[in-house]
Ligand binder design. Structure first.
Ligand SMILES: Nc1ncnc2c1ncn2[C@@H]1O[C@H](COP(=O)(O)OP(=O)(O)O)[C@@H](O)[C@H]1O
Ligand SMILES: [Mg+2]
Length: 237
């Protein structure tokens, strides 16, 4: 039985006076992939920002290996092993691919499996473009670069916010395969995904948000075994 790695308990979040997350609770198990689904504006990105400390939860708790992180700075949360790949894949356009990766390297207190060599093994396309300006990469390559940058921080938990958004189907397939490999490497992942097929293919657990609340959560098997459950809850987006 996989152990619980990261969990949210009744998390609320606001942008100023706008109340966006209304008591979100779910948990990610060690080595698993949790897909976070929901229509536009449901609160997926807000959940990811709150997990990474870029937005402070107004109440509730976030626990990493049983220790609270919701009161820590984003830098500290990253050092504890949670890394966000934000929506919109922004690279440093004027830096080379290699420079983008080098500036993201970060020491961890625990043994660090990821370095430039391993990131290039994971994404050979990036190696062949090491000296190229990142701004000139294709959308798919830029996505690989931002994931590579997160890996240079040696995360235990990778938060991927819509990595396949706006990419051509063939490239979506490549990105999906990369995520599958990262899971095989032992990373625990929360993946925000609009494409239900992709989510179902990769995920151990699915969580559907609707207007800042969890509308459904269950295992991929549960969703497969009870498609009416899926259409009822997932039909909301
Ligand atoms: N910076 C912001 N300030 C105010 N409201 C925001 C901000 N970002 C997002 N929101 C609102 O919060 C809600 C959830 O947004 P978001 O988490 O980005 O949704 P999703 O990622 O699921 O599409 C939406 O109603 C959105 O308009
Ligand atoms: Mg979003």
């Amino acid at each position: 039985m996989a152990t619980e790695l990261l969990s949210l308990h009744d998390v609320h979040a606001h942008y100023g006076s706008s109340h966006v997350l209304h008591g979100v609770s779910f948990s990610l198990k060690q080595g698993q992939l949790l897909a976070l689904l929901g229509r536009n504006g449901a609160g997926k990105t807000t959940t990811m920002l709150t997990l990474s400390g870029l937005l402070t939860a107004s109440s509730g708790e976030i626990l990493l290996r049983g220790k609270r992180t919701d009161n820590l700075s984003p830098e500290n949360i990253a050092r504890q092993g949670i890394r966000l790949v934000p929506q919109g894949r922004r690279v440093f356009a004027n830096l080379s691919v290699q420079e983008n990766l080098d500036v993201a390297a970060q020491r961890r207190d625990t043994p660090a499996p990821w370095n430039l060599v391993r990131v290039y093994e994971m994404f050979p396309q990036l190696k062949s473009r090491a000296t190229q300006r990142a701004g000139t990469l294709s959308g798919g390559e830029q996505q690989m670069l931002v994931i590579g940058r997160a890996l240079m921080g040696n995360p235990d938990v990778l938060l991927l916010d819509e990595p396949s958004e706006g990419l051509a189907p063939l490239i979506v397939h490549e990105v999906t395969e990369s995520i599958r490999k990262l899971k095989q490497e032992g990373l625990s992942i929360i993946l925000v995904e609009q494409n239900f097929g992709v989510a179902q293919e990769l995920a151990d657990e699915l969580v559907v948000l609707n207007i800042g609340q969890v509308a459904f959560s269950g295992s991929a098997e549960q969703v497969c075994a009870a498609p009416e459950l899926a259409t009822r809850h997932l039909g909301i987006f």
